[in-house]
Design a protein around this ligand. Structure first.
Ligand code: GDP
Length: 455
């Protein structure tokens, strides 16, 4: 994902600035120019980038900052806040309520991933106990109904469409009516897309919207469309009242900056992102954790939520206690590996974890990384024979040569692999040691943890 490169470039620019002996106007300007370049390369609209630069300069007034101030921290925080501001339109989108009927209409260009996203959205809610239904009002693209039908059947979600009827407005109306009678609480209407923005598409969309009176219109956008994002999003917004955006194909080679432009054009928040072709490759989008992931700061709140799906938080007090004390043992690493392997789409989970993402788990090489984790675990398994204390120790120096040899022999792996595993442990321990002093969150307080991380 090229967006990760953007994060890398920004982090590097901040790092370079902090390496400067004095942080003066020149160092700040160089840092901001570097960030500007990175954002433009990622296809963020020029005006947005310019505004961001001006705002940061306004906030960070170096002359007024007394000597004792941590300038690097203040600048980093200003950059973080400005990136968040770009992605946050300032008002939340309409949120459907479980048990109360809502109609959600999907719009977007053909190929943007609209039909796939409709099912992902339905499936996501179904897993949370909703009663969703899908209506295919795309009569333009041959095969659209078949595709929706196939996806819906796989996910066991009721659907409505027609091979005979060519009027999308009629189908949409009938479908919504039927599912209202069946007490579905989330009725999702998929509309036609076209290759280009054209008058007929917008007129049809407007009519479907008038007939079904959606509570929410979601604009689906392919993250790879680059600079065209702003105009495209704006054109849709002018025809129907877009209330939220979903960005698809964030797993591909997208430059990703279009997401920021789409928010600016529609003044609507991004609510989900698509990260693959499968039904569960779909993530809730939250601005702060996203930006903190972008800048390589990890997304602990997302991770904690995910980990709770596998291991309930009340069974993890020991882990949190140890982390808050700054203790990261091999046993913690082992247990987290175990959880990660259970959690599925492993790439998704990894990118949330500080230190785990790019190094241990390069994008697109999930299988290899999974194999690596399993290998590490086999070696750690053989360590338990060496005495339990070794896994609970935080002092790798205790791991002398003869022990390393024994572990290698015990697990049937070369010594070099054991060394690699221990190096990985040391690297992670360093990243996680930064969490010392964290307030241990109670259930439902996960976002406090991520705020702590970002502070
Ligand atoms: P529509 O014409 O807008 O309805 O688009 P489709 O739902 O048919 O999707 C077009 C193509 O994009 C299909 O091959 C999908 O599998 C693919 N697609 C959709 N969302 C994603 C995503 O998040 N990641 C990836 N890699 N592919 C996606």
């Amino acid at each position: 994902m090229v967006l990760a490169q953007l994060g890398g470039s920004i982090s590097r620019a901040i790092q370079q600035m902090s390496n400067a002996t004095i942080i003066d106007e020149k160092a700040l300007n160089e840092c901001l120019n570097e960030i500007t370049r990175a954002l433009l390369q990622a296809d963020v609209q020029f005006k947005l980038v310019k505004d961001m630069q001006t705002n940061i300069k306004k906030i960070v007034n170096l002359d007024d900052l007394a000597a004792g101030h941590n300038k690097r921290r203040i600048i980093q925080q200003a950059i973080f806040n400005e990136l968040c501001k770009m992605l946050d339109p300032g008002k939340p989108s309409f949120t459907p309520k479980k048990g109360k009927t809502s109609v959600v209409m999907f719009v977007g260009l053909q190929g943007s991933g609209k039909t796939t996203t409709c099912t992902k959205y339905a499936y996501y809610h179904q897993k949370k106990g909703w009663k969703p239904a899908l209506v295919c009002a795309d009569t333009f693209r041959a095969g659209a109904f078949d595709q929706l039908k196939q996806n819906a059947t796989k996910a066991k979600i009721p659907f409505y469409g027609s091979y005979m009827e060519s009027d999308p407005v009629k189908i949409a109306e009938e479908g919504v009516e039927r599912f209202k009678k069946e007490n579905c609480d989330l009725i999702i209407v998929d509309t036609s897309g076209r290759h280009k923005q054209e008058a007929a598409l917008f007129e049809e969309m407007r009519q479907v919207s008038e007939a079904t009176k959606p509570d929410l219109v979601i604009f689906v956008m392919d993250s790879s469309i680059g600079q065209a994002a702003f105009d495209q999003a704006q054109a849709f917004k002018q025809s129907v009242s877009v209330g939220a955006v979903i960005i698809t194909k964030m797993d591909g080679h997208a430059r990703g900056g279009g997401a920021l432009s789409a928010v600016a054009a529609t003044k609507s928040p991004v609510i989900f992102i698509g990260t693959g072709e499968h039904m569960d490759e779909f993530e809730v989008f939250d601005v702060k954790p996203f930006v903190s992931r972008l800048l390589g700061m990890g997304d602990l709140s997302g991770f904690m939520d995910k980990i709770q799906e596998v291991v309930p938080m009340d069974q993890q007090p020991e882990l949190l206690q140890m982390l808050s004390e700054g203790t990261f043992t091999l046993r913690i690493m082992y247990e987290q590996f175990q959880n990660l392997l259970k959690m599925g789409p492993i790439g998704q989970v990894f990118s949330m974890l500080p230190g785990f993402s790019s190094e241990l788990m390069p994008k697109g090489r999930e299988k290899e990384s999974q194999a690596k984790i399993k290998r590490y675990m086999t070696m750690m398994d053989s360590m338990t024979n060496e005495g339990k204390w070794q896994l609970d120790s935080t002092n790798p120096k205790l791991m002398n040569e003869s022990r390393v040899m024994r572990i290698a022999r015990g697990s049937g792996r070369p010594v070099r692999d054991v060394m690699e595993m221990l190096d990985e442990y040391k690297r992670l321990a360093k990243v996680w040691s930064k969490m010392k002093g964290l307030k241990i969150p109670k259930k439902g307080e996960m976002s406090a943890l991520s705020r702590n991380m970002n502070a």
